[in-house]
Ligand binder design. Structure first.
Ligand code: AOF
Ligand code: ZN
Length: 391
């Protein structure tokens, strides 16, 4: 029961669904376990539902599962509707466990609150309040018609951890930025400058591809584009993203080679951000190779990263996975623009000639506010830990 979602797409690094926080209401362990179950079901939507939340729902009567549902596709039926439709018997009087407050609004789909009431559901237990003002209020609406309601069971921090992009979007207009790093035991990301290095093993590679599937864009700097020559597509990990992530390169001088792998692959549009002073002929070459080229403000050390994020947001991008290199990731970190860190750690040693993961200076005490969001996950020889800033 705990992990029915194991063979389906799921977000990398999301460990035990049981939050560490204290519940806001006192409930029997059984209720908390069913909520965990709903959370695991929701995780099956990874790569398919963003920027909407991953949501799961399980209908239970006398300790028996009547139906499982989850949000499968952006714009499609919500978790609750999926469960109600699949119930093996009339769910009247049963309990619905949902990982997000049922929605009250008629959006792309009818309101789940109405559907639950219509089906005669006896009790609704939901994990976290919906931060989306347009859809929130389902808990109160259910109580108003005398449905027994327990929720929110967990504080908002729990929802934020599970669906960070969705929660971030309710509070901020700038895209959510996650950084992915593959680090050796001695804190290096490559054997030497300019040398393409495989730091982690095949299991971690699969997870890194799966990770891409849940973001609207994947981003690298021009040095990484040249040295690693990546395609930045999702080719492994068992999940086909609903929309292939946009591939972003930050390339102040428009120095990218149009012979790069990124241009040979057509899956996912390519946006190259260049500086105002970029050579026009080079820009034209990149455009001819199929890239959309956008000029952004320059700062003293290359592109103004806030301007990059604003421009990405204007292109409809709500979430970005930064895959390096070290300089670019370091700049985003130093600017306080990284919301989440996916740290793949390998037991390999790359040696003193290797490229350090964090070359630039970070403010004194920078790391003290970062915490592991979930238990570390073993991937072959490597370990993936998801870090977030506290607060
Ligand atoms: C989801 N999936 O299972 C639930 C959601 O645009 P719509 O009509 O799909 O509504 C999206 C909103 O519905 C979303 O922002 C959230 O507030 C609420 N609940 N959304 O995508 C679900 N239960
Ligand atoms: Zn809904």
């Amino acid at each position: 029961m705990r992990n029915g979602a194991s063979d389906l797409p799921r977000p990398p690094g999301h460990g035990d669904p049981r939050p560490r926080e204290r519940p806001l209401v006192t409930l029997p362990e059984e209720d908390l376990r069913w909520l965990d179950h709903a959370t695991l079901l929701g995780r099956r939507g990874w790569g398919r539902v963003h920027p909407n939340p991953m949501v799961g729902c399980v209908l239970v009567r006398d300790g028996r599962v009547l139906a499982e549902g989850w949000h499968r596709e952006f714009g499609g039926p919500h978790a609750e509707l999926g469960a109600l439709e699949r119930s093996i018997e009339d769910p009247a009087g049963a309990t619905a466990y949902v990982s997000l407050e049922p929605c009250r609004h008629q959006g792309k789909t009818p309101a789940c609150t109405d559907a639950l009431i219509h089906a005669g559901i006896g009790r609704v237990v939901y994990s976290v309040a919906d931060p989306n003002k347009q859809a929130a209020g389902g808990g109160a609406a259910l109580r108003a018609v005398r449905t027994a309601v327990s929720g929110p069971v967990w504080p908002a921090s729990v929802g934020r951890r599970e669906n960070p992009v969705f929660f971030h979007r309710q509070a901020s207009g700038r895209p959510f930025v996650a950084a992915k790093l593959a680090l050796s035991l001695d804190g290096r990301i490559a054997e030497a400058p300019g040398l393409r290095t495989t730091v982690t093993g095949p299991e971690a590679l699969r997870e890194a591809h799966r990770l891409r599937a849940g973001f609207e864009a994947v981003m690298i700097g021009s040095v990484t584009a040249r040295v690693d020559d990546p395609r930045l597509t999702v080719r492994e990990g068992g999940v086909t993203p609903r929309v292939p992530p946009t591939r972003i390169v930050l390339d102040t001088k428009a120095s990218l080679s149009e012979a790069g792998a990124i241009f040979r692959e057509t899956e996912g549009r390519v946006i190259v951000f260049v500086g105002e002073s970029a050579d026009r002929a080079k820009v034209a070459r990149l455009e001819k190779a199929g890239a959309e080229v956008r000029q952004v403000r320059q700062g003293p050390h290359g592109l103004d990263l806030s301007a990059v994020l604003d421009a990405a947001s204007a292109r409809g991008i709500h979430s970005i996975l930064c895959e390096g290199g070290g300089r670019l990731t370091g700049s985003f970190l130093a600017a306080g623009l990284v919301d989440r860190l996916y740290l793949f750690q390998s037991p390999r040693v790359l040696g003193s000639g290797g490229v350090p993961a964090f070359p630039g200076p970070l403010a004194e005490g920078f790391w003290t506010e970062w915490r592991a969001a979930f238990d570390p996950e073993r991937l072959g020889e490597d370990v993936l830990t998801v870090y977030e800033r506290e607060g």
